[in-house]
Design a protein. Structure first.
Length: 278
């Protein structure tokens, strides 16, 4: 599919010698049909600023701009990709700002104007950390309205997992507390260059106006982390350092002390965090 007048991505990679670097978690998605589809899955981009992390040679960047994004702000750590992205900027005057920066260290808030969507084929080595940061800002609602992010399929399954499943854990709690997450697309390894050893999936998150259940954020996060760090143990054992009277605290929150973390719903963990905060 021809979405703009720029060269095919394989030509861009050859011209700029952009062999993917494993150290940067790079796996390039070169099919513009797929990048355009991911851009559409993010929702209506008209009148929106879009944050993209790790654009690489710019396949998704082109899809976002062609889909009508008001402006794309791209963070790219790999300096080799900057000239390729500059060519996209020239083709879309005033609509693409590229920063040669590490997304983990860069304060992006002053460079974006609401409404904001975040859309990215995240580098595998920082994807989960970035997601947790976006899900746990100091204030809610966050600066973004939606996230549309590609992860390893295993991570995507952890995000949407439900109680009593192997994938259920801290990531599911944090994601489902404040957003509606859903897997909207799956991709096989051969869709990428070079092919990773795992399947991938795109997860779309709609931010809720307020958390699904009330709970002190810091205490909820630390309690969930503590509980799932020893997920096979009973809660009275895994959470004994949270309170000297943990059995009564659990019962007051409506939970059985002999239950295990993977059996506890989001609502249950929120009730426990509220009780621990007293």
């Amino acid at each position: 599919m021809q979405i703009d007048k720029l060269p095919p991505l394989r030509d861009v990679i050859a011209t700029h010698a952009l062999n993917a670097k494993k150290s940067l978690g790079q796996n390039f998605l070169l099919d513009l049909n797929l990048t355009a589809k991911i851009a559409r899955l993010a929702g209506d981009l008209e009148g929106h600023d879009v944050l993209e992390v790790g654009p690489g040679p710019g396949g998704l960047t082109r899809g976002l701009l062609a889909s009508g994004a008001r402006r794309v702000v791209a963070l790219e750590k790999d300096r080799r990709c900057i000239p390729a992205l500059a060519e996209i900027s020239d083709a879309y005057p005033g609509q693409l700002d590229v920063f040669n920066a590490d997304a983990l260290d860069f304060d992006i808030s002053s460079h974006l104007t609401v409404p904001i969507r975040i859309v990215a084929n995240l580098p595998y080595n920082i994807g989960t950390e970035l997601l947790i940061r976006w899900l746990t800002p100091k204030e809610w609602p966050p600066f973004w309205s939606t996230l549309t992010l590609m992860f390893q399929k295993e991570v995507a399954e952890r995000i949407i997992a439900t109680p009593n499943s192997k994938a259920y854990g801290r990531l599911a709690i944090l994601a489902q507390w404040k957003t509606n997450p859903s897997i909207v697309m799956e991709l096989p390894p051969e869709a990428f260059t070079p092919p990773p050893k795992v399947h991938s999936a795109v997860v779309h998150f709609d931010a809720l106006a307020e958390p699904r259940f009330s709970a002190p954020a810091g205490l909820l996060s630390s309690t969930v982390a503590m509980a799932f760090n020893q997920r096979r143990k009973m809660l009275r054992s895994s959470l004994k350092s949270a309170s000297p009277d943990i059995e009564n605290v659990l019962r007051d929150a409506g939970l059985e002390p002999t239950a295990r973390a993977e059996e506890i719903s989001l609502e249950g963990f929120c009730a426990l965090a509220r009780r621990l905060a007293r």
